[in-house]
Each structure stands twice: as C-alpha cells, then as structure tokens.
Design a protein around this ligand. Structure first.
Ligand code: 11C
Length: 341
C-alpha cells in the first residue's frame, strides 16, 4: 500500500499511518517522506477524508464504522462488509458509480481471487452479458499473508535439499513435516505441503464442502457485476507461487462470441493485457506477472462444444490489483468526488 501510494499520482494532502499499539512510533516511508505510525484510536480519524483499511475482518468490523462516524469514507480491504447491501463492493473498471452509494460511509474492496478476473470479465459482460461462470483458481501463498510466503519458502528449501523427493506417495509430506513441524503431519498451514504440490483448498470450510474462498468468488462476482442470479461454480486451489493469483475461467454469455472478438474487446481495455500467442509460447504465467498492475489474459478459446462460452486463463498480482491497488483506486475515486471531480 505504501509503495502504491508513493508511485501513483499524488492526490493526497496529509497521509496518516495507523496501526496497533505494538507498531506505534515506528517510522515508515511514504511518498519519500518519513511518517511516524500512530496507534489506532477513534481520534486518529478526526480530519481524515478517506481511511483505507488493510486489517483482519474483526478489526475492520469494529473500526471502519468508527472512522465513518468521525467523517471519513472507509475503504475496507477485509471481508467484513463485502456482502452488506448498504456497502458497495467496487472494482473501478466495472462499477465505479457504486462508490457514491455508501449509506454507511464504507466501501468494500473485493477478495483477491474474485478481483483477479473482474476487469476482464466486466469488459466481456458489458458486451455479451455473462450468464454462467465456472472457474478454478491457482492461488499464490501470499494470499495467506507474510506467514504464507515464509512457509512456502521454508518448504521449498526442504524439498530442494533432497533430490529423491516426489517419487513416492507421501514422501514430500513426511520430509516437510519432519523438517518444519517436528514430524507432525496435521500442522500444514496450507492443509498439505505446498512445495512440489497443489492443494485443492483455500480459506475455511463452510457448508456442504464449499470453502470460504469459493463462496466469496460466487457472491462477490454476482454483486460486482450486478447479476444477482449469475450461476457460479468455483474450485479454489493453492499453488506453490509466492505472489500472483491465476484462474482458469469458463464463462458463458447470452450471445455467441468468437475468441477473436473477445481478444479484441479485452485488448481495448486500459487495464487488461492480452498475451495470447500460444504458438510462440506466449500466455500469462504468475512468475511473469508478479509486480505488475494490469490483469493478464491468454489462452482465449471459444469452447469447442459451447459456442456461447469462452475458456481463458487470467493472472493478476494478488497484492496489487488484488488488494492494495484496487483499494487505492477506490480511494482516488472518492478523493475526486470530494474535491469536486
Ligand atoms: C487467499 N484470497 O488467497 C485469499 C486472501 O477475503 O480478503 C484474501 C482473503 C480476503 O488466501
């Protein structure tokens, strides 16, 4: 967030940094200046126009209303308010007008898995009307925060040191558990080893075998796109990538569209990059997209047996567009509104 605020057009006056009491007094750099972190308290929001929250759900649930009551517009990156009917859920490329309908003074930023495909799907929906969405995600370890990154790196270190691993059932599981968890095989933060593996589980377990991530993809896509009855089915999978989520998308539209038409429409979007020359090995991969702001799309195909359906592959940096960048973009829309733009 600090990096993004420092590199985007500077529309801000004072930037106040706020954190828990444990971090108060630390000095961090933003816009090239040293700024001392203040401890979270109601008074820190006095005089603030826009408060960007990047904290756990329960902290946002308590404090975003406090910021709003003190006169700030809260832009919240947690899951606390996303499905509240009085809180808009905004992706500036898709529903920028929604920022102005905020009766609670709170605007929500979507989940990074949903966000990764929204700029592309929003553009296709505007032209061909989306009716069904089936996706599989390929989610990076940083979706689970810094501990997730540290864990993946530690596991990669373990498996890199033994070239016999990956040849018999359970050998990676046993080696990682022995090296990192005192041999316990029930402590994997990702549910199973992530190095040399993929894990078909992200988030927490909800009813009927669905995960919280899969339900967020369904509910948030419907709300952002404004299609309450959109048929959605998602399988969320964690992959051994540090940062950048990807999705394989199978999207059905109200009318027939060709891959060329979709490619041209996507290429015309300012925040979408089409990388789609498979004959030359050109398609998005997370390792090539990390650190970038746009959504990258490739492998665009008209589904062979479904002429109204596209298959495509999308990659986007989950920490930038998937989180801090979209939050900053929403905040900039509010700043423009407040300054008469
Ligand atoms: C993950 N998408 O990759 C999650 C992280 O609802 O904001 C973000 C969770 C959220 O683990």
């Amino acid at each position: 967030m600090l990096d993004i605020l420092s590199s985007r057009p500077d529309v801000w006056g004072e930037i106040r940094l706020v954190a828990s009491a444990r971090s108060a007094g630390k000095v961090l750099q933003v816009r090239g200046e040293d700024v001392e972190v203040k401890a979270l308290s109601p008074g820190v929001f006095d005089g603030v126009d826009v408060a960007m929250f990047d904290v756990p759900d329960e902290v946002s649930a308590d404090w975003a209303p406090v910021a709003a009551a003190r006169g700030a517009v809260a832009v919240d990156n947690s899951g606390a308010f996303r499905m509240d009917p009085d809180v808009p859920l905004v992706v500036p490329e898709v529903n920028p007008e929604a920022v102005r309908e905020r009766p609670k003074g709170i605007i929500a930023n979507p989940n990074c898995t949903t966000l990764t495909m929204m700029a592309a799907l929003g553009a296709l929906h505007r032209r061909w009307r989306l009716t069904q969405l089936v996706v599989a995600s390929y989610q990076a370890a940083s979706g689970a925060g810094r501990p997730g990154i540290d864990r993946l790196r530690a596991e990669l270190g373990v498996v890199a040191a033994d070239e016999t691993l990956g040849s018999s059932a359970g050998d990676v599981r046993r080696a990682v558990a022995a090296a990192l968890d005192d041999g316990a095989e029930d402590r994997f933060p990702f549910g199973a080893p992530l190095a040399m593996n993929v894990v078909p589980f992200a988030g927490s377990l909800k009813d009927d075998g669905w995960t919280s991530e899969e339900l967020k993809v369904r509910n948030e896509s419907r709300k952002i796109l404004g299609i309450p009855d959109l048929k959605v089915s998602a399988t969320c999978v964690r992959v051994p990538v540090v940062t950048t989520h990807s999705l394989a998308v199978h999207a059905t539209f109200a009318s027939t569209l060709t891959a060329d038409e979709a490619r041209a429409e996507l290429a015309a979007q300012p925040t979408v990059v089409v990388l789609d020359e498979p004959e030359k090995g050109v398609y998005p991969t997370p390792a090539d997209v990390v650190g970038e702001d746009p959504t990258y799309v490739g492998r665009i195909r008209q589904a062979l047996d479904f002429p109204d359906t596209l298959d495509l592959f999308v990659s986007g940096d989950n920490l930038r567009k998937g989180a801090a960048l979209n939050t900053a973009e929403i905040a900039e829309l509010v700043a423009a509104e407040l300054t008469g733009g």
